[in-house]
Design a protein around this ligand. Structure first.
Ligand code: ADP
Length: 263
């Protein structure tokens, strides 16, 4: 059953800027979808609309809950910066997002979660005492411990050095496979998208719409250095040289590759 249906006719900001036009897709429960588009194409605008942070749109965004009576999904949002509270310890940052019941009687103790993400013994430290990579681990954990149905990620690893980003991407795949939220992961890096996602939606330049929708049928965990990822990267750019600029050649606009779940 479909989890999320997005059907946006138009998203126009009050200053007249039309960020999105005729953008539609559906996502399945547990699916990891990367959204790739050029800078300024409307990726953050799209995530904000799906998160409900912005409700001004011409169109609809619908969730089909697995649980009767639950109208909106449990949603996690991971931003470009970790956004931890600097005056709270790691433990307090994590407890902040937990309901009182889960805080008092956690199914998995926080210490176990911290060990799982490679931060054993760090619960009393403050964000200022952590490296950028360690802060990202805490931010990932904070998103996953609430067991979200939907996880929205907006270029979360772009300011990390390459080896640290690789380690965190592996951790993300591990956490995702354990809890299986639907993930929408925004990036402008095709390699990063290919290393993480089940499926990639490519957006046009502004106003954005989906120009290509492809499955990525490679086993997890992956890294951007994997030969299979590099081959797919090369063959996509060979087939669509202007893809990352948000264009596919007019002669190739049809037939669009459609993900099986959209048929
Ligand atoms: P991306 O995340 O792909 O870089 P954005 O969603 O941030 O793109 O922006 C898409 C377009 O919408 C850009 O032209 C941007 O200038 C415009 N935009 C974003 N936020 C606002 C806003 N609050 N008011 C007016 N225009 C905006």
């Amino acid at each position: 059953m479909t989890f999320l249906t997005v059907d946006i006719g138009k998203k126009v900001y009050p200053n007249g800027c039309c960020a999105i036009e005729n953008l539609a897709f559906a996502a399945q429960p547990g699916e990891f979808v990367a959204i790739v588009g050029p800078s300024g194409s409307g990726k953050t605008t799209l995530l904000n609309l799906i998160a409900g942070l912005d409700r001004e749109l011409d169109g609809s965004i619908t969730f089909h809950s697995r649980q009767a009576g639950q109208s909106s999904p449990r949603t996690g949002f991971i931003f470009q910066e970790p956004r931890l509270m600097p005056w709270l310890s790691v433990q307090e940052n994590l407890e902040l997002v937990l309901a009182p019941q889960a805080r008092a009687h956690p199914v998995t103790p926080l210490q176990d979660w911290l060990a799982l993400v490679g931060l054993p013994g760090c619960s009393a430290l403050f964000p200022g005492q952590l490296s950028g990579g360690m802060q990202r681990r805490v931010a990932l954990l904070r998103a996953f411990i609430v067991e979200p149905d939907l996880l929205l990620m907006d270029e979360p690893f772009q300011s990390l050095d390459a080896p640290t980003a690789n380690q965190i991407r592996i951790l993300l795949q591990d956490l995702w496979q354990r809890t299986r939220p639907t993930v929408l992961f925004v990036t402008h890096s095709l390699r990063e998208a290919l290393s993480l996602a089940d499926r990639i939606l490519f957006l046009s330049a502004q106003p954005s719409r989906v120009i290509l929708d492809i499955p990525v049928d490679l086993p997890h965990p992956r890294t951007i250095e994997d030969l299979s990822v590099q081959k797919l990267h090369a063959s996509l750019l060979d087939q669509y040289p202007q893809l990352l600029a948000g264009q596919i050649a007019p002669s190739r606009e049809r037939p669009r590759i459609v993900h099986p779940c959209m048929r």
